[in-house]
Design a protein around this ligand. Structure first.
Ligand SMILES: *Cc1c(COP(=O)(O)O)cnc(C)c1O
Ligand code: SF4
Length: 357
C-alpha cells in the first residue's frame, strides 16, 4: 500500500498533512473513473510525477531534452506502486527521463531488432514461422524508457483502420500462419468496438488457431480489463493467449490482481515477459519474487529479454555474462516452470535466441 509508506502526519505541519489528505481523496476518485479517463489523467510531466512522489527535481538526474522525442507518460495506477520519496525506486527508473538517455553507446541504434525491413507489409511483421505480428497502434499507456520501439516511425508502420483489411488478407493468403500476435504499442488501447471487429475478421480465417495479445495494460492500467473486453474476447472461437509485461513484483498491486483474476476466470492463458534491466531487476532475488508473485495470481513466466540495443537505453544494459550468473541463481532457487527463458533478439534470426552458458 503506497499510503502506508507515507511518513506519519506531522502535527506541527498541518498544511502538509491536509494536502496529503486531499491527494489521497483525489487518488480514490481517480480509480473510480473508466480506463479512458484514467489514461487521460496519466502523468505527462516530470514535475507532476515528482511532486506526487514527494521527490525534489534537484536531487534527480532528470532530462527534459530526453522527453522531446519520447515524452514521459505514467498512469497513476503504476505510479501508486512506487515508493514515495525514493529516487532509486525500481518502477520510477523504468519511466523517468534522465540525462543518460542522451549518451551514445556503441552498438546502440534506432532499429536494433531489424523490424523495419521485416515489415513486408505495412503493419504486419512476419519474421518467424507460423506467427505474424500486427502493429495495431503506436501508442502505449506508459512510456518505458528502455523500450526498443521508442525510436520507431510508427506513423508509417502501424495498422490504421484502412490497412487492417490488407493485413487480414495477408493472413488469409499465408496458410502456414497459425497465430496472430496483436502488438504495438499496446493493442488493448484499441477500443472495444475496434477490437471486436478485428477479432471477428480473424475468427473467419480457418487456418488460424490462436490469437496472442502482447499488452502491458493489465499491469499499468488494470482498469482496461473490463467486463466488456472480457465479453469481446470470449466471442472469439480462437484460443486466446495474453502475454503481459511486468518487470518487478512491486508492479502487482491489488488492482492488477483483480485484473488477473478476471482474465483467469475467462480461462485465458496468461504469460509474462520481462526485460532484464540494470537497476530494476538485475538481481536473482528480485526475479524470484517476481516469478513467485506472478504465479500466485495465475501467470507463468515466459521470456526474460536481454535489452535490445535501442538508442537512448544503454544505461539499462546488463552484460550477458552477468545475466547468466543471475539466471544460475534463479535456477538454483525456483522450480523449472517459474524460471523465465533468457532470450535475445537477433536481426534476421528465425526465432528469439536462447542465451545460455
Ligand atoms: C518476438 C516476436 C514474435 C513472437 O515470438 P515467440 O517466440 O513466439 O514468442 C513474433 N513475431 C515477431 C516479429 C517478434 O518479434
Ligand atoms: S509498454 Fe511495451 S511497447 Fe509500450 S513503451 Fe513499454 S516496453 Fe515499449
Amino acid at each position: 500500500m503506497p499510503e502506508q509508506r507515507l511518513p506519519a502526519p506531522d502535527k506541527s505541519d498541518q498544511g502538509q498533512s491536509d494536502q496529503r489528505l486531499i491527494d489521497q481523496q483525489a487518488e480514490t476518485i481517480h480509480f473510480t473513473k473508466n480506463w479512458q479517463q484514467q489514461l487521460a489523467d496519466a502523468f505527462n510531466t516530470i514535475e507532476d510525477l515528482c511532486r506526487y512522489l514527494q521527490l525534489s527535481l534537484e536531487d534527480l538526474p532528470v532530462s527534459v531534452a530526453a522527453t522531446r522525442n519520447f515524452p514521459l507518460r505514467v498512469p497513476l495506477s503504476f505510479a501508486a506502486c512506487m515508493e514515495k520519496g525514493n529516487p532509486h525506486d525500481s518502477l520510477l527508473r523504468q519511466v523517468l527521463p534522465v540525462n543518460d538517455e542522451l549518451l551514445a553507446y556503441p552498438g546502440f541504434n534506432n532499429d536494433p531488432v531489424g523490424d523495419l525491413p521485416a515489415a513486408a507489409q505495412t503493419g504486419v511483421l512476419h519474421k518467424y514461422y507460423g506467427r505474424a505480428l500486427f502493429i495495431n497502434t503506436g501508442s502505449c499507456a506508459i512510456n518505458c524508457r528502455y523500450c526498443f520501439r521508442r525510436n520507431f516511425p510508427y506513423s508509417d508502420l502501424q495498422l490504421s483502420k484502412q490497412k487492417e483489411d490488407a493485413a487480414i488478407q495477408y493472413i488469409q493468403e499465408n496458410p502456414d500462419i497459425t497465430e496472430v500476435i496483436l502488438s504495438g504499442g499496446d493493442p488493448l488501447l484499441l477500443n472495444d468496438a475496434r477490437l471486436t471487429r478485428l477479432l471477428q475478421k480473424l475468427d473467419s480465417i480457418d487456418h488460424l488457431k490462436r490469437i496472442r495479445i502482447h499488452s502491458r495494460l493489465p499491469i499499468v492500467l488494470p482498469a482496461r480489463i473490463t467486463d466488456e473486453l472480457m465479453a469481446a474476447l470470449a466471442q472469439s472461437t480462437k484460443q486466446i493467449v495474453i502475454v503481459v509485461h511486468c518487470n518487478h513484483a512491486n508492479e502487482i498491486n491489488e488492482r492488477v490482481i483483480a485484473a488477473f483474476a478476471a482474465l483467469n476466470n475467462h480461462r485465458i492463458t496468461l504469460l509474462n515477459q520481462s526485460v532484464l534491466l540494470k537497476g530494476v531487476n538485475d538481481d536473482a532475488e528480485v526475479l524470484c519474487q517476481l516469478s513467485e508473485r506472478l504465479f500466485t495470481h495465475g501467470i507463468l513466466p515466459y521470456y526474460l529479454h536481454l535489452l535490445d540495443k535501442a538508442t537512448g537505453t544503454g544505461h539499462f544494459e546488463v552484460p550477458e555474462a552477468q545475466a547468466l550468473l543471475i539466471m544460475k541463481q534463479v535456477q538454483a532457487t525456483l522450480p523449472g516452470y517459474l524460471v523465465p527463458k533468457l532470450v535475445k533478439e537477433q536481426a534476421g534470426a528465425a526465432s528469439k535466441t536462447y542465451v545460455s552458458s
